[in-house]
Design a protein around this ligand. Structure first.
Ligand code: BGC
Length: 720
């Protein structure tokens, strides 16, 4: 008997023994060790807990296995989003590494630490494509691009789950929030989403499909109303696409209360109706709210729900428990000592943080010359462990964070560092310390300034309408800029910020996101030239909030603004050359394009070669360019390949990312970089929602970012 058939037959046996109440119990997830938790577990009234860990989890599990009638083990879940105790950069920062290997390692580390506290299941990766940085949850995902998000999401699934979910050091992943949650109108969390099916299938769904293909064990339905149907009651996305089209056999959990939130959405009349709609749509487990345990028995008795729905849901839940090996090993009993914050975990977190930083400007200010006398370290985020952890770092501890101030003191000697926070905190408008600051930095040879957003400005329900530096941080920059000393800004944030007001005032700008436990040493490595920056932007950086939504893979329109158009059009308002898709008051282009990032050397791209200029359907093409390190330092370039389908039966984006490679090159060295494209990689959904590749002409770029590159052309014929 194969493992799968043996699991299915064990489920059959168990289902045959279960009462309806026990089945419904499996479909409920409780948050925290509520007062009567033990009694509920004893009577088989719950299948899972979230936010119960360690000793509490062990005790509840013992009761489930030893004292409940059928001994079905519990499943313990928690948001282990970018690390457990060893916190890695926020997922958006991890995406900026363009390095699936370090992202996979980060998830492996998180799983190992979480499993030591009896956790079986994390609610990540978040695969929501975010085109709007006002949305606070942009921090939790991998940015704006479906290809990059899919690559990173798959790496996370692989890192959490490993080859075998039964491995005691691995935990189940959860693809969320299915689907379209990030398209919230106005960037306001939980807001309505309208996504035409073609866009849904080409942009929002592909990362989820990739995660399903990678074997993700679970998936979470979302909070949002998608085209009029809340996603936790959406049979089109949960049944037709997920189960029927993709063949997902894992478990679907609702988001927190999202089943009963279908009432305020105006989609369910009451909790009973909400339960019926969620179950019929395919939500197997209800997180927190208890409409299933309260109403399913009567919904079945009244014939509203078929018992088959319940059996299918319970089957998916039990399947996960069997796959995790919980029936054989309900308790891990791993000693967390030696696992949490293990040396290799911290090392991986430092590499991830280093690779996540994106150098956006450098006028010969970096790397710092170690020969200088004193360095001023300024800013409210220079020594703020909590803030560098970022959002969703429940188990990370501020006092275990290595801050940039501590790391620079350690690297250069405390006596060479002059420290001043400048402002009491990053949102403060209290500028009373600034005159003193100007004095304090007087003896420094250079200033490194740590500004940005506190951790609490991003994450769930933390959307912003203004994306400039909060508080009086711009005034802080003005004071420091007026000193005339080399000024290096390190920005920590949970999203892309509008950097236009500060860019000209600093000599260098390193974007560090919220870099996690090892953020300090990682940033110090880069500032001091121990390593060269290699991060690239996973999101387009706007010049102004008014440009949002702004993303690189947009449609051309009938009146594209020419690339060489003046940044702000001049001439009379009726001048026809101004009637293009731009603005009158801001350049339509981004401040920094998707994929952008500098380093301490320069790279040259040359000699683009395509294996063929004409290929048949079903064939592959290789594209090669020569990359040369033309500077004086070793560094890593993230080489990217983009395509454009010039004419389609539906209009196509002006560019789409199809691959990337991190290439390490010594100064003066050259290397050929080759990508392979299959015609299927160029598929999209036509008006009839068929996924097809259409014959015709394409442009292709091998490029350092989305707004540059060597361009080639090829054509796909009708048949091979
Ligand atoms: C969030 C989810 C999270 C869940 C459990 C919800 O509020 O939307 O992303 O996994 O809570 O904490």
């Amino acid at each position: 008997m194969t493992l799968t058939t043996s699991i299915e037959s064990r489920i059959d046996t168990l289902l045959a023994q279960m009462t309806l109440a026990e089945k419904i119990g499996q479909m409920w997830q409780i948050s925290g060790k509520i007062e009567d938790a033990e009694a509920i577990v004893r009577r088989g009234g719950v299948g899972s807990f979230l936010n119960v860990i360690g000793e509490d989890a062990r005790e509840l599990q013992r009761i489930a296995v030893e004292e409940s009638r059928l001994g079905i083990p519990l499943l313990f879940g928690r948001d282990v989003i970018h690390g457990f105790r060893t916190i890695f950069p926020i997922p958006l920062g991890q995406a900026a590494t363009f390095d699936p290997q370090i992202v996979r390692e980060g998830a492996r580390v998180a799983a190992r630490e979480a499993a030591a506290l009896e956790l079986h299941w994390t609610f990540t990766p978040m695969l929501d494509i975010a085109r709007d940085p006002r949305w606070g949850r942009i921090a939790e995902g991998c940015g704006e691009d479906p290809y990059l998000t899919a690559q990173m999401g798959v790496a996370m699934v692989e890192g959490f789950q490993g080859e075998d979910l039964g491995d005691p050091e691995r935990i189940a992943a959860c693809l969320k929030h299915y689907v379209g949650y990030s398209a919230a109108e106005g960037g306001r969390d939980y807001n309505t989403t309208w996504i035409p099916e073609g866009l849904l299938r080409d942009v929002y769904l592909p990362p989820f499909h990739a995660g399903v293909k990678a074997g993700a064990a679970t998936l979470m339905s979302a909070f949002n109303d998608l085209n009029g149907i809340p996603t936790s009651g959406n049979a089109f996305t949960l049944r037709q696409i997920l189960r029927d089209e993709w063949g997902f056999d894992g478990m679907v959990v609702s988001d927190w209360n999202s089943v009963i939130e279908m009432i305020p959405h105006g989609f369910a009349a009451d909790e009973k109706d909400a339960a019926a709609k969620a179950i019929a749509a395919g939500v197997d487990m209800e997180m927190v709210s208890h409409s299933y345990v309260d109403h399913v028995e009567s919904l079945i008795a009244e014939g509203v729900l078929s018992p088959d729905f319940i059996d299918a849901a319970v089957r998916a839940i039990l399947r996960l428990k069997f796959r995790l090996g919980l029936f054989e090993r309900p308790i891990n009993n791993i000693d967390p000592e030696g696992v949490l914050l293990a040396e290799d975990h911290l090392r991986a977190a430092r590499i991830a943080a280093r690779e996540s930083c994106v150098l956006l400007k450098n006028e010969s200010a970096l790397p710092l010359d170690r020969q200088f006398g004193k360095l001023a370290v300024v800013g409210p985020l220079a020594d703020s462990g909590d803030d560098q952890l970022g959002c969703w770092a429940f188990d990370g501890r501020s006092d275990e964070c290595r801050t940039p101030l501590a790391a620079l003191r350690e690297a250069l000697g405390a006596d060479r560092i002059i420290y001043h926070p400048g402002l009491p905190h990053a949102r403060s408008h209290d500028t009373s310390g600034l005159p003193e600051l100007a004095q304090t930095v007087g003896e420094a040879d250079a200033i490194v300034l740590f500004v940005g957003e506190e951790a609490i400005l991003s994450g769930e329900a933390h959307s912003r309408a203004f994306l400039d530096l909060p508080g009086a941080q711009e005034a802080l920059i003005d004071v420091l800029s007026a000193t005339g000393k080399p000024l290096i800004a390190v920005v920590m944030a949970g999203r892309s910020l509008v950097l236009s007001p500060i860019l000209d005032k600093v000599d260098a700008l390193l974007y560090a996101w919220h870099p996690g436990t090892m953020g300090g040493p990682a940033i110090a490595d880069l500032l001091l030239g121990e390593a060269s920056p290699s991060g690239r932007l996973p999101v387009t950086f706007p010049r102004s909030v008014g440009q949002i939504p702004l993303y690189y893979n947009y449609k051309n329109t009938g009146r594209p603004t020419p690339d060489d158009a003046p940044s702000i059009p001049t001439g009379t308002p009726l001048d026809p050359k101004n009637f293009t898709a731009g603005y009158l008051d801001v350049d339509h282009r981004p401040l920094f394009p998707f994929g952008y990032g500098l380093t301490y050397t320069t790279f040259e791209y040359s000699d683009l070669r395509l294996s063929t200029m004409r290929l048949g359907m079903g064939e592959t093409l290789t594209a090669t360019a020569t990359l040369t390190n033309t500077g004086t330092r070793a560094a890593t370039e993230v080489v990217q390949i983009y395509v454009r389908d010039l004419v389609g039966s539906v209009t196509r984006p002006i560019r789409e990312l199809k691959g990337f490679q991190r290439v390490d090159l010594a100064p003066g060295a050259s290397q050929d970089v080759t990508f392979t494209l299959h015609t299927d990689d160029l598929a999209f959904h036509n008006a009839a929602m068929q996924r097809i590749t259409e014959p015709g002409k394409f442009h292709l770029w091998i490029a350092p970012h989305a707004a540059d590159g060597l361009r080639g052309e090829f054509e796909i014929g009708r048949s091979a």
